[in-house]
Ligand binder design. Structure first.
Ligand code: SF4
Ligand code: SF3
Length: 548
């Protein structure tokens, strides 16, 4: 196929500019092409649904779910299965055709809304609709900033949808904003405003998921999670979908198969509802990028409920299963949409034939500091701030990744003065959550709120502290933001923080390649966004001469 891929949506992008031959993540050009096409037709469908809403018509929940799932499929490391992506494109075309016929005036819609074709024409079309099809680099940058934010938002929406929580406002915005990225009449100012509005709905989407999670599973509470292994065979669950984990736990009761969390699934242990399962043993391994070694030594089936998938080694490929938006060619996919039962019996039977996991480490880690738990400790925390036992909070949320430069975060955590507390969420925590950083008056120096979407908790905590201290500006709090990003969920978290008025966020290990110099300048000038330096320089920058 004569197609040059171009993808620069994640932090790992080749040469900090764009993957053009094959993704650093392992995404091949033919898969990249179909992902580009899937984004294009999903935007086209969104233009149709937005026009229908403007005519006062209601959009079915299944259509909203289809849009969020398809965007989620294109998130970094979620789905490498070309056939599954082609199927998703076909499905969109069918739904789009039907909805177009309901529209009174379809003439004004962009060409993506009208595009229809046979599968044989997909490759040719994919060549025309990638990121580089927008020629102006600033417009391209802003369109992609919005699109990536919406990809993150779609992931969080999908998890809420799985728990039967929907928000018409979030879906309507997501689709309106997707459609707006097709609109050639929108200039840089309008698109910049749209990016900030995306942040507003990022807050709403994360609040929706927080409500869905806490109403379903209870409020996260301080929890010690075991790192060792038992003697039973196990299933390892990775990704972010708590509902998948719940269904698996129910189905494994009494089977002699244990269940372990991996990477972003670790925070499931913090919820009361998951503690009732005697076979929910602990967490195995680290952040996503170490999975090649860790999945091999786990020896049992692995369920990838979302990103981040690393192309598997042959040694465990047949043990890797996917579900939801995740997919990998040759790995069995377990089907089931929102509200449907998923049948994990094949994984459970598979596990019974496997040896128990090889132990990687022993001990335990502590977490569960989401908003309700932290607010329950508010008096203690406020007292510690007033007495100066805690000088500063450092938000180190976000993603982990394989780049060596990310060792910065381990060293930064170690170098922080003893009177600082790290607030974290997302898989970024694996860079320092197993260090012994001690406590301040009984409060651990690393407070883990949960998954990347639980960055929402950190915002709730900040807003509460602002209220308690009687401050007018969230930026007057003793909080430093030093965030690590990797994929597009971190983009929606960033946009959400900007919407909440948080300034001077440090973003690393590199600034996004999709920010053109002009767009980066706007972020620097208006929001004080900055990169990272050396650990020593950054500690000096944040704490001046006043270092412990
Ligand atoms: Fe490259 Fe990241 Fe895109 Fe993968 S997702 S192709 S690593 S920019
Ligand atoms: Fe991690 Fe992929 Fe982003 Fe949910 S699992 S934070 S990188």
């Amino acid at each position: 196929m004569d197609y040059t891929m171009f993808c620069f949506q994640c932090q790992e992008t080749a040469g900090c500019s764009g993957c053009t031959k094959v993704g650093v993540c392992g995404k091949k050009p033919d898969v990249a092409a179909m992902q580009d096409l899937l984004v294009f037709v999903t935007k086209g469908l969104s233009a149709v649904t937005t026009a229908l809403r403007n005519e006062g018509k209601k959009i079915a929940a299944e259509v909203n779910h289809l849009i969020t799932k398809n965007l989620f499929i294109t998130i970094t490391n979620a789905n490498f299965d070309k056939e599954a992506i082609i199927e998703a494109v076909c499905q969109i075309l069918v739904v789009k055709k039907e909805l177009l016929s309901q529209l009174s005036d379809a003439a004004v819609l962009p060409s993506a809304a009208h595009w229809d074709a046979e599968r044989t024409q997909f490759e040719a079309k994919a060549k025309e609709v990638g990121v580089l099809s927008t020629e102006n680099e600033d417009i391209r940058s802003l369109r992609e900033l919005v699109t990536y934010g919406l990809k993150g938002l779609s992931a969080y929406s999908k998890h809420a949808n799985a728990l039967l929580h929907d928000s018409e406002e979030v879906d309507a915005f997501l689709q309106r904003a997707l459609a707006a990225t097709l609109d050639d009449s929108l200039g840089a100012d309008e698109l910049t405003a749209l990016a900030l509005e995306t942040g507003k709905y990022g807050v709403e989407g994360m609040a929706l998921l927080d409500k869905a999670n806490t109403e379903t599973y209870g409020n996260p509470e301080i929890t010690k999670v075991k790192l060792g292994v038992g003697t039973n065979p196990g299933i390892l669950v990775s990704g972010h979908d708590l509902h998948d984990l719940k269904m698996l736990l129910e189905q494994t009761q009494g089977t002699g198969v244990d269940v372990y969390t991996h990477s972003e699934m670790l925070p499931a242990h913090y919820y009361p509802a998951f503690k009732q399962y005697p076979n929910f043993v602990g967490n195995y391994g680290n952040a996503w990028w170490k999975q090649k070694e860790e999945f091999e030594s786990f020896r049992g089936p692995i369920l990838m409920t979302t990103n981040c998938i690393v192309p598997p080694k042959d040694s465990y490929r047949d043990r890797m299963y996917t579900t939801g938006a995740a997919g990998y060619p040759g790995c069995k996919h377990i089907s089931g949409e929102a509200g449907e039962h998923k049948d994990f019996s094949e994984l459970i039977e598979h596990a019974k034939r496997c040896a128990s996991p090889i132990e990687l480490e022993q001990g335990e880690i502590i977490g569960g500091f989401a908003h309700a738990q932290v607010l329950a400790l508010a008096d203690k925390i406020v007292e510690a701030v007033k007495s100066k036992a805690i000088r500063k909070f450092v938000v180190m949320a976000g993603c982990d990744g394989r780049a060596k430069s990310r060792e910065y975060y381990t060293e930064f955590a170690k170098a922080l003065p003893q009177d600082t507390v790290i607030l974290t969420a997302g898989c970024a925590k694996y860079k320092y959550n197993k260090l012994d950083l001690g406590t301040i008056g009984g409060i651990p120096r690393v407070l883990d709120a949960g998954q990347c979407n639980d960055s929402y908790s950190l915002a709730v905590i900040a807003l509460k502290l602002k209220e308690v201290f009687g401050l007018d500006d969230i930026n007057d709090l003793p909080i430093i933001y030093n965030i690590a990003w990797y994929e597009q969920k971190a983009v929606i978290v960033l946009l959400a923080l900007l919407y909440l008025g948080v300034k001077n966020i440090h973003l690393g290990p590199t600034l996004p390649a999709f920010l053109s110099p002009n767009v980066a300048k706007v972020l620097v000038e208006n929001f004080g966004i900055a990169g990272i330096g050396t650990v020593e320089d950054d500690i000096a920058l944040f704490f001046g001469e006043d270092r412990a």
